[in-house]
Design a protein around this ligand. Structure first.
Ligand code: HEC
Length: 165
């Protein structure tokens, strides 16, 4: 009898343990599924070519800008598959919104000249100090990582454009 009790207790403890694990898994899976109902705010407002940042004769620098900055600072964001999964979508949409508010190369020419000049100065500083592109971005976008030479090239370019104002 005593022995049976122990076996039962043991079995019961095991069962309860399993049960709790199952409940935790169900709660997590359920919350994850429910989270998918949170609306995503992915958007790419139409780009008006007249407003776009389009310095002449800067093909290589523009390509660097496109791969390192445009996902957050233009209306041409490329949304990867995981950006459709919540809660990642919330986090990315917030970044893109904040990024565009600070600086949007797609609406560059809607800024007054003095503002444009100031933004170029900030761009140069941000790239030189390695604050931009954000490291959370380069971590998932290896093509956006700037080599030291590319960084210098883009900084010189921003400075040159700035001096033309
Ligand atoms: C992953 C998104 C992301 C990428 C990629 C990115 N930025 Fe940003 N950027 C932001 C966000 C968010 C802010 C606003 C908050 C902050 O300053 O951290 C910002 C702010 C800025 C500012 C304004 C800083 C200030 O002084 O207020 C400049 C200038 C800038 N970024 C330039 C760049 C340049 C140039 C690149 C490419 C080399 C780049 N960013 C790439 C998200 C990004």
């Amino acid at each position: 009898m005593h022995c049976d009790d122990a076996v039962f207790q043991n079995y019961y403890a095991h069962f309860r343990g399993m049960d709790r694990k199952t409940i935790i898994i169900i709660v997590f899976a359920g919350s994850f599924l429910l989270m998918q109902l949170i609306p995503r705010k992915h958007s790419n407002p139409e780009v008006n070519p007249v407003e776009e940042f389009s310095p002449d004769r800067s093909v290589t620098e523009l390509a660097l800008l496109q791969s390192a900055c445009f996902d957050c600072h233009s209306n041409e964001t490329v949304y990867p598959w995981y950006s459709y999964v919540q809660p990642i979508a919330l986090w990315l949409d917030h970044h893109v919104q904040e990024g565009r508010e600070e600086l949007n190369f797609s609406t560059w020419h809607t800024l007054p000249m003095d503002k444009q000049a100031h933004k170029l100065e900030e761009c140069s500083e941000m790239v030189e100090s390695k604050e931009m592109p954000l490291s959370s971005f380069t971590w998932t976008h290896p093509e956006a990582r700037l080599s030291a030479a590319e960084r210098q090239q883009i900084v010189d370019w921003f400075n040159r454009l700035r001096s033309e104002y």
